[in-house]
Design a protein around this ligand. Structure first.
Ligand code: M6R
Length: 369
């Protein structure tokens, strides 16, 4: 049942090209236009939406952060991301024109379910991005957009994360198309770029030997930091979460721009820091800004473990290690950049002799508040 792999997590990491490809299946018609048959909310209602709130927990909330960047960029609708348990017990500004998008692999997370129920009471329109057919959250929502990652058994989420991000892109592109903004025409081109991603993930999975070696050398590490900007920021957070869950190591993800506002004080000789570098053609000179962040921490002695696109030579002078990912459009890079971090956490956990699939104190689905 583990398909020849030692753990479910390893199998699920290797299933990721399929998780993305299957989630993309059947989302366009013959003309290339996006169709979302499962989203049973009238086009009129969707056009009237003036704000989106994503509610989720853990890894699903990091997928929600990627969704924020993508949906705001493509569909020009303001998106906020709320941890479901925080949303539920605050006074969220939500009404009939708010689209509340829940993201949940299991569809049974109590915190997320309660947030969805609360949103409905407040009059919001609710869509569930979910991996489990017939589970509770989609049943309690107005509409569902299923991810097709297949069953995820390992407690640490991997392929569901990629599928959730893919579904969030699809939703963003669909809303862009529907509302006719400047990205409406580009939506089809982005769908074509997305269709190339499974092959790139497959290519990347074949390059993980060095990452595994690094994890083995680092089995005694006490603390690891992760930095990213824009869509690289949620990837940094998710990379840190994987390491906490699987290897019980103190790990923290930051927005790289925040460094000088405090976290840079943590940097001393030998501190390992993963940095997720955006593609060189990212708007706003972000690539240059991240390269200078690497330079700043390297100057303070950090061990810089840099995740960069193929062909990006600017990072070499400041990197202790460069982990290459295939080149891709800036917005889609999370589907690649997270993979080495998943493999790193898996390998480090294995090197420490820990239970990869069933880390201590955790349950696969958290059905209590
Ligand atoms: O089933 P859900 O997606 O609602 O679960 C949400 C979180 O509990 C889950 O992502 C958790 O953070 C994972 N263990 C992360 O690997």
């Amino acid at each position: 049942e583990r398909g020849g792999y030692a753990t479910f997590m390893e199998k699920e990491i290797n299933d990721q090209p399929h998780a993305v490809a299957d989630t993309l299946l059947g989302r366009t018609d013959e003309s290339g236009a996006l169709v979302l048959d499962e989203v049973r909310i009238s086009e009129e209602q969707l056009r009237a939406v003036d704000k989106i709130t994503v509610v989720a927990c853990g890894t699903a909330a990091y997928a929600g952060m990627v969704a924020k960047y993508a949906i705001e960029h493509w569909a020009r609708i303001p998106v906020e991301v709320a941890l479901a348990h925080e949303f539920r017990y605050a006074d969220p500004v939500v009404d009939e024109r708010t689209l509340v998008v829940s993201i949940s692999q299991s569809g049974e997370t109590m915190d997320t379910l309660m947030a969805v129920k609360h949103a409905r009471e407040l009059g919001a329109v609710t869509v569930s991005i979910c991996n489990t057919h017939g589970s509770t959250i989609p049943r309690e929502s107005d509409a569902v957009l299923y991810t097709h990652a297949g069953p995820e058994i390992a407690v640490a989420s991997t392929k569901a994360f990629l599928a959730q991000i893919t579904a969030a892109y699809i939703l963003g592109l669909y809303l862009a198309q529907l509302r006719g903004g400047s990205y409406a025409e580009d939506a089809q081109a982005v769908m074509r770029d997305l269709a190339d991603m499974p092959a790139k993930i497959q290519d990347l999975l074949g390059r993980m030997d060095r990452v595994k070696e690094m994890a083995e050398f680092m089995a005694d590490t006490r603390s690891v930091l992760f930095l990213g900007r824009n869509v690289g920021y949620p990837v940094a957070m998710e990379g840190a979460l994987k390491l906490k869950e699987l290897a019980y190591i103190h790990a923290e993800g930051f927005a790289a721009g925040e460094l000088k506002h405090g976290p840079i004080a943590l940097i001393d000789a030998g501190q390992p820091v993963f940095v997720i570098v955006p593609s060189p053609d990212t708007p706003h000179d972000l690539h240059k800004k991240v390269v200078s962040n690497i330079q700043e921490i390297r100057a303070r002695g950090a061990r810089t473990l840099v995740i960069a696109h193929d062909g990006d030579e600017d990072v070499e002078p400041f990197a202790s290690e460069v982990i290459r990912i295939p080149a891709c459009p800036p917005m889609l890079a999370p589907l690649l950049a997270i993979v080495p971090l998943q493999v790193f956490a898996l390998q480090l956990s294995t090197a420490k002799g820990l239970d990869v699939d069933q880390p201590r104190n955790l349950a696969k689905s958290v059905t209590v508040e």
